[in-house]
Design a protein around this ligand. Structure first.
Ligand code: AMP
Ligand code: GLY
Length: 423
């Protein structure tokens, strides 16, 4: 069969690699893809939000299945556009992707169906939000309602910071229309875990857990980023936590979406905080995490095509989802200056070191093929991933592999997966 993947990051490279392992797949296309994906897929310069062009391309190439990676096209309704044109697509329709697209929606859903989450209030005007802050406890958390490139969450330690945050989000429109509404919520303390799941509208199956490191610098210092590295599984995600989440969080979420007439098919990514009062939902995402996919998918034993088809056909209950009994660590190699200002266009050396090396992967995030060779083309450049029997070994392997790659202004965190040693 022919498969088209939509997106251009490390997550889509990990999806493309999983797809390439399926004996059912004869050809992979990607819109727009990147220099790494181009080694296993035919990439075409169509952006993820160019729905008409994607539908046309899928029809023209007689694609059997489209897998949509990023949040923007999912929330914008790319799956609806594809299905309406008679093309099979993996991912939630727009009315279900709202679980990520609107924090006000997701908080209301959790409240209505009694799913554990932080206490909160929603506002659609700055004056009321500012008044509410006068009686809030600090730190407090402000969240722009809509998609904001992962930057719409502000943790405010003081009333002044929070007032300024409301001004930025609601009045200055720092995140555009995403800030038309704001959620103000209780600050939760604990360990964060990312749990990716497959859903077919009724049944939910849990993938191996992961943890992201969002801050730019070691010891969780520096600015928030899209993610500087991940490890899987999380030692803090115990059987007890899993049992609790299945009963009180995962199944209730899928049932709630179905009850609301918004059956969810695709990946729900649960951002959880393991608090002293039990696990609580920090956020829902309607897609694979990036860079979580880079440590979870290489460990999945199932053929990803079988899983995607079961989600689309509503037959997930018949499928046994299986993961290798090992671990993986992904270290993001970024360009110095990320997430603020950084330069592009430096030649990347050492990529061939990963060829034919089992258990080592170099997922491309921001790269470009030029006449000089493959060059850096983004803040996050590569996701160097390695497996190992244990998390400690996976971590040692990943940091060994980090040394194989060279480019000017390369930087990475040196403590990805360090939490492992504390567990
Ligand atoms: P989100 O985009 O909702 O995942 O938020 C981004 C990050 O902000 C999360 O990964 C957490 O680190 C942090 N965060 C979000 N909500 C809360 C909360 N209620 N309490 C503490 N930290 C939070
Ligand atoms: N790694 C967090 C995300 O994909 O949103």
């Amino acid at each position: 069969m022919k498969v088209l993947i939509v997106g251009s990051g490390g997550r889509e490279h990990a999806i493309a690699l999983a797809v390439s392992k399926s004996p059912k797949v004869e050809k992979i296309y990607c819109c727009p893809g990147n220099a790494g994906i181009a080694r296993i897929a035919e990439c075409t310069d169509i952006k993820a939000m160019e729905f008409d062009k994607i539908v046309f391309h899928a029809k023209e190439k007689k694609v059997d299945l489209v897998i949509v990676g990023p949040d923007d096209p999912l929330v914008g309704g790319l799956v609806d556009a594809l299905e309406d044109a008679g093309i099979r697509a993996f991912g939630p329709r727009r009315n279900a992707a709202v679980i990520e697209g609107s924090k006000a929606f997701s908080k209301e859903l959790m409240k209505k169906y009694d799913i554990p989450t932080a206490q909160y209030a929603t506002f659609d005007n700055a004056a009321d939000a500012l008044k509410y802050l006068d009686s809030a406890k600090f730190p407090t958390v402000l969240k722009a309602d809509g998609l904001a490139l992962g930057k719409g969450v502000l943790i405010c330690n003081t009333l002044d910071e929070a007032r300024n945050g409301i001004k930025e989000i609601m009045l200055d429109k720092k995140f555009g229309t995403a800030g038309n509404k704001v959620v103000i919520e209780e600050f939760l303390e604990g360990r964060e875990v990312s749990v990716l799941t497959f859903c077919d509208g009724k049944t939910i199956k849990v993938m191996s857990s992961a943890q992201d490191h969002k801050r730019a610098l070691d010891n969780d210092e520096g600015l928030n980023t899209g993610g500087m590295g991940t490890f899987s599984p999380s030692p803090f995600y115990t059987k007890k936590v899993d049992d609790f989440c299945k009963k009180y969080i995962y199944k209730p979420t899928v049932d709630a979406m179905a009850a609301e007439g918004r059956p969810f098919k695709g990946v729900i990514f649960f951002g959880l905080m393991l608090t002293k009062d039990g696990p609580k939902v920090l956020e829902y995402n309607a897609r694979f995490g990036d860079p979580e996919a880079q440590v979870v998918l290489p460990r999945m034993k199932n053929d990803i095509i079988d899983v995607c088809e079961a989600c689309i056909d509503g037959t997930l209950s018949k499928l046994k989802l299986e993961f290798e009994d090992n671990a993986a660590v992904c270290v993001v190699l970024a360009s110095k200056g990320y997430p603020l200002k950084y330069e592009r266009g430096f030649v990347i050396k050492g990529l061939e070191s990963f060829d034919d090396r089992d258990g080592y992967y170099c997922f491309h995030a921001g790269t470009k093929k030029t006449t000089k060779g493959i060059v850096t083309n983004g803040g996050r450049v590569l996701g160097v991933t390695a497996k190992g029997e244990t998390l400690k070994k996976a971590r040692a392997n990943a940091y060994e592999a980090v040394k194989w790659i060279e480019f000017d202004n390369k930087y990475c965190r040196s403590d990805i997966g360090k939490a492992i040693d504390e567990a």
